[in-house]
Design a protein around this ligand. Structure first.
Ligand code: FAD
Ligand code: SF4
Length: 506
């Protein structure tokens, strides 16, 4: 008998482990493990989503004829897979697993499972992605800096999505310049999608409330689908109600509107409940049938076959050294409001509220508000990376780390992105209504009530002159700084120093 191990983010019928085994002879093992649930203090909703989706997937596999041994949290003493295999499956002829999404666990599989259990361990490539680590390595080889846009074009050719022969549909590869509108309320917001909860969901929600009470977040507003059928429903809902305006308002932020036209599909894709190519084909079909415009469909597909595959490629190319990068020498602790949400900065408070209530924030909230602030403050990359890994339902190391360490913190020296996404309050003011409701004044930089983003932005630019003054995409910014009145610069830097001395007071 062979034993197939299915991890919490491997909930796909197309999983290589399933293809390699025979339901008539082999067994599958799934386990809710203390070590995995607590190696960082994940948001309650993230744990509930993963446990419930695992239990539903195990049930579906059993209905499809597989023999599944499922280990419920708190009902067994195995803290990790090595002890579980050694304790229960010593007589197995082989252990089969699919390559996992996290360097930490993959190392354990490769280095410890076989010696600890004395059984042959076969680790299969994860073919649920559109670009293999080998393909990415080949593409990246010899390049000093990588550019997502060029990788993305390769992926368009490779997948054939939105292609007419060798040319992009519509004649352009990228329609991002059409995709930067603030939301002013003219377009009606999409209806909410609600899922009916079953016994499995209810049991898991009780378990998580009891066992993980001190983890961040609330379970009251748990809204995630937990089966592949519900994930498909979420995809259908997105294509019909959200995709047509996804592009227009992709960068917009509005007080009290937590999702706008975003898809909310990342947890399902990352857990394996939705296949990335199926998702992209559904979006492409919406364009061909006239249900969604090209700027929306291209923009959406780019996030998945471009950014998602790109960050995964970088992760497997550069780990484990990547996780230790800190090229800007940042070392500040994360302010306490990242956990409590209590700050007078309205933009930050809104993003934290969304995070705590839903284990979700959309990309611009993560990148240009909470991430931007951590960059301007100079937070230790490890601390901010851990925060993003803990608080979002879609967070897995392979995708969270490059986004945070590379895209947000620029800690990799610009390998992932050519310039830091640092911005003052005026960007947030342009893309949202947040500043209208804020204690601080977005129009000034050096007064006692000035928007903290403003002075911190110029402090960031000033203190990293050596790293960035030569960057051709930042030349204009340094020229502006030089042209500014020196007394004004001095006053802004003074104000920033005051804020940096006690960022928790903001
Ligand atoms: P949409 O805006 O609807 O986008 C569609 C899909 O594109 C997403 O579902 C996702 O699968 C993919 N996508 C979009 N941008 C990215 C990106 N930069 N990297 C990878 N995939 C992308 N995404 C995660 O899936 N897990 C993470 O742990 C994660 N951590 C992040 C941390 C930071 C600091 C930042 C700036 C971004 C992070 N992202 C992460 C990327 C992105 O913010 C989320 O994928 C997105 O917000 C999920 O919401 P959505 O499904 O509504 O996305
Ligand atoms: Fe955020 Fe500054 Fe605007 Fe307040 S004024 S919402 S702190 S950008």
């Amino acid at each position: 008998m062979k034993v197939g191990i299915i991890l919490g983010d491997q909930l796909s019928y197309s999983l290589p482990t399933l293809a390699a085994l025979d339901p008539n002879h082999d067994r599958l093992v799934m386990a809710e493990l203390h070590a995995e649930a607590t190696y960082v203090k994940h948001h309650k909703q993230k744990i509930a989503l993963i446990f419930s989706a695992m239990r539903h997937f195990a049930r579906d596999l059993e209905q499809a004829g597989w023999q599944v041994d499922y280990y419920h949290y708190g009902e067994h003493d195995f803290s990790d897979f090595a002890s579980l295999i050694a304790g229960r499956y010593r007589d197995a002829e082989e252990i089969v697993v699919t390559h996992c999404g996290e360097y930490r666990l993959q190392q354990t599989i490769e280095q410890h499972w076989e010696p600890a259990c004395g059984i042959l361990v076969t680790c299969l490539d994860d073919r649920r992605f559109l670009c293999s680590p080998g393909f990415f390595q080949q593409w990246a080889s010899g390049k000093k800096q990588l550019r997502m846009e060029f990788f993305y074009r390769e992926m368009r050719r490779h997948t054939g999505l939105l292609m007419e022969g060798d040319e992009p549909v519509g004649g352009q590869w990228n329609y991002d310049s059409n995709n930067r509108q603030p939301y002013k309320g003219k377009t009606p917001l999409p209806p909410e999608l609600r899922f009916k909860r079953d016994d499995i969901d209810e049991q898991v929600l009780v378990l998580v409330a009891e066992q993980f009470a001190d983890h961040i977040g609330t379970l009251d507003r748990f809204q995630w689908g937990t089966t592949s059928a519900q994930a498909q429903q979420a995809l259908d809902h997105f294509i019909k109600h959200r995709l047509p305006h996804f592009g227009d308002y992709q960068d917009a932020m509005v007080t009290g509107e937590d999702t706008l036209f975003h898809s909310l599909l990342s947890p399902y894709i990352n857990l394996g409940l939705l296949d990335p190519m199926t998702v992209c084909q559904a979006a492409e079909q919406a364009y061909f049938s006239g249900e969604a415009p090209l700027n929306a469909v291209e923009g959406f597909i780019r996030q998945i076959i471009g950014w998602r595959e790109y960050v995964r490629g970088i992760y497997w190319l550069l780990m484990p050294d990547y996780a230790k990068e800190n090229r800007l020498g940042d070392d500040r602790p994360l302010p306490a409001y990242y956990w409590t949400g209590e700050t007078k900065m309205h933009c930050m408070a809104e993003c934290f509220r969304n995070t705590i209530d839903h284990a979700y924030a959309h990309h611009i909230q993560r990148l240009m508000v909470t991430g931007n602030f951590a960059l301007l403050l100079g937070v230790l990359p490890e601390a901010i990376c851990q925060w993003y890994l803990e608080v979002y339902a879609d967070a897995f190391d392979w995708v969270e780390l490059p986004n945070t360490l590379g895209m947000v913190m620029h800690a990799d020296g610009g390998y992932l992105g050519s310039k830091p996404y640092a911005a003052s309050g005026s960007y947030i003011n342009r893309m949202s209504d947040y500043c209208k409701h804020c204690h601080y004044n977005v129009k000034t930089a050096s007064e006692a009530d000035s928007c903290p983003f403003n002075s911190l932005y110029w402090h960031f630019i000033h203190r990293h002159r050596q790293q960035f003054a030569g960057n051709h995409r930042m030349k204009m910014i340094y020229r502006n700084l030089e042209r500014m009145d020196s007394a004004k610069v001095e006053a802004m830097l003074q104000r920033a120093e005051t804020l940096l001395a006690d960022p928790d007071a903001l």
